[in-house]
Write a protein that binds this ligand. Structure first.
Ligand SMILES: Cc1cc2nc3c(=O)[nH]c(=O)nc-3n(C[C@H](O)[C@H](O)[C@H](O)COP(=O)(O)O)c2cc1C
Length: 270
């Protein structure tokens, strides 16, 4: 059994879960190749899926779905009827339609989804004044990631294919359009005119080629607000405006208390 694991991770939560799953599978003597497809350049490569028997895809949840650039990338693949599993990390607010929406895309690309899972993790916007799940994922989450690795391996090896059934959350197109509009009104990382060593790391790591190292500004329409440029800037000059004022709005809009958010658990669906 040879497995390929592809993941996108702006600030590291998804990468930590991906590493845990990959290590567990290696301990079970599975041959596994891991690909970090976060950068724009990494997603332009021609990945040869023919070498693999099964696939694992791991993404953060951005506005209830996998990130826009990931959805586009998934549509460009051809799974040739092979099995796959998905996992998501999210900031504890809501995973929304991510499982269902990604399953639809994968099926459109000729993959068969046999399991999925979700892992709460430090919210990206903690870098902009939020304080959601600062210490997650933790040991409990990593233990569930290992359990997920064992479960999916069994499902990949079974003679009979068991497709996962995920209920359609019935989210209208208008809701997603509203989210996309809201994303573009969020603050974005900026050098704010400060000097830097012009190493251009911000441009290299940007998943959507939004960042311009010369101006120190990100293109508003292209920027995903993943903040990968900020955490990778060796000069530490990129910053983002404080977003703590919208914490209450986010909690209320999701009918959620901070206490409930902190108690989120990792879950496996299969
Ligand atoms: C633009 C954007 C939208 C997000 N939307 C959601 C969301 O709908 N629900 C949620 O719980 N967390 C949301 N998050 C938080 C991330 O899903 C979470 O922090 C994730 O674990 C980040 O993964 P990473 O560290 O691998 O990038 C969002 C983050 C960003 C940047």
């Amino acid at each position: 059994m040879k497995i390929a694991l592809y993941y996108f991770s702006g600030t590291g939560n998804t990468e930590r879960i991906a590493d845990t799953i990959a290590r567990e599978l290696e301990e079970l003597n599975v041959e596994i190749d891991t690909f970090n497809i976060t950068s724009y350049k990494e997603r332009q490569q021609n990945y040869d899926l023919a070498h693999y028997n099964a696939f694992i895809f791991g993404f953060p949840i951005y506005a209830w779905r996998a990130p826009r650039v990931v959805r586009e990338w998934l549509k460009s693949l051809n799974g040739k009827g092979k099995r796959c599993a998905t996992f998501f990390t999210y900031g504890g607010v809501t995973f929304g339609a991510a499982h269902y929406n990604t399953k639809e895309i994968l099926e459109g690309s000729n993959f068969i989804l046999i399991a999925s899972s979700e892992f709460p993790g430090k919210h990206t916007f903690n870098l902009a004044g939020w304080d959601f799940l600062e210490n997650r994922p933790d040991k409990g989450d990593f233990d569930i990631a290992k359990k997920f690795a064992r479960k999916i391996l069994k499902r990949f090896q079974e003679k009979e294919i068991s497709r996962i059934d995920i209920e359609d959350p019935m989210i209208s197109k208008q809701i997603f359009e509203k989210f996309e509009k809201r994303e573009k009104s969020l603050p974005k990382p900026s050098r704010s005119g400060k000097e830097c060593s012009m190493c251009r790391t911000c441009e290299e790591v940007c998943p959507s080629s939004a960042m311009n190292a010369d101006t120190g500004e990100a293109d508003n329409d292209k920027c995903l607000r993943c903040l990968r440029c900020m955490i990778n800037c060796p000069d530490n000059v990129l910053e983002i405006a404080d977003m703590s004022k919208i914490i209450e709005f986010i909690l209320n809009a999701n009918n959620l208390t901070k206490h409930e958010l902190e108690r989120r658990k990792s879950k496996i669906y299969c």
